[in-house]
Ligand binder design. Structure first.
Ligand code: MG
Length: 205
């Protein structure tokens, strides 16, 4: 089984008059986050961590800010694309850990709800998601929301090999029996110029 890690970072400035959405959760607050999309700093960091883990570029690769289609877009659309990239590469999430850095609003009172929402969007259990919050002490960044995210992925096991390979294996077994009957030992198929198909369930990327 192979494993991969990914890391993502994002920041958005607070802006009056727009709704605050973090981790896909609408949060009661006088200011929201400025951005081309809904400014969901946490989902952007997670999206980048997922894409980075499978070497699929970053959020800007798929959703350039210059594209008017993503103006005001809900960021779970970006996350969904990253999850599809992870699945296509043959991986699944083991766990994810995040840090939010912002002066206000306080995250601790909503951390449980936030964790459940993010887990739901990722299709994992809440126990596989970490949400931690810090205030930007000494950074002079009280007007900014920052998010960091790390993700661990593992390769998806294929329990059943493709039918064609099963058939090949059956034929090989039959030939083995015939050869054993004739010469009293197993044959070396490579010596006969035949190769078993290369198939490594741990490397599907
Ligand atoms: Mg962003």
């Amino acid at each position: 089984m192979s494993m991969r890690i990914g890391y993502g970072f994002d920041s958005h400035a607070f802006k009056p008059g727009v709704p605050l959405v973090i981790g896909g959760l609408a949060i009661e607050h006088p200011e929201g986050l400025a951005g081309h999309s809904d400014g969901d700093v946490l989902l952007h960091a997670i999206t980048d961590a997922l894409l980075g883990a499978v070497s699929a570029g970053d959020i800007g690769t798929f959703f350039p800010p210059s594209d008017p289609r993503w103006k005001g877009a809900a960021s779970h659309i970006f996350l969904q694309t990253a999850l599809e990239e992870v699945a296509t590469a043959g991986y699944r999430i083991v766990n994810i850990d995040t840090v939010l850095v912002m002066a206000r609003p306080k995250i601790v009172p909503i951390a449980g709800e936030l964790r459940e929402r993010v887990a739901d969007l990722l299709g994992v259990k809440p126990g596989e998601v970490g949400i931690k919050a810090k205030t930007p002490e000494g950074l002079n960044q009280d007007h900014v929301a920052v998010a960091h995210a790390t993700v661990l992925l593992e390769s998806v096991k294929l329990s059943d090999p493709p039918a064609q390979l099963v058939a090949t294996a059956d034929v090989d077994d039959e030939i083995d029996e015939v050869v054993k009957g004739l010469v009293g030992e197993s044959r070396d198929i490579s010596a006969l110029g035949r190769k078993r198909p290369a198939f490594d369930t741990d490397d599907l990327t």
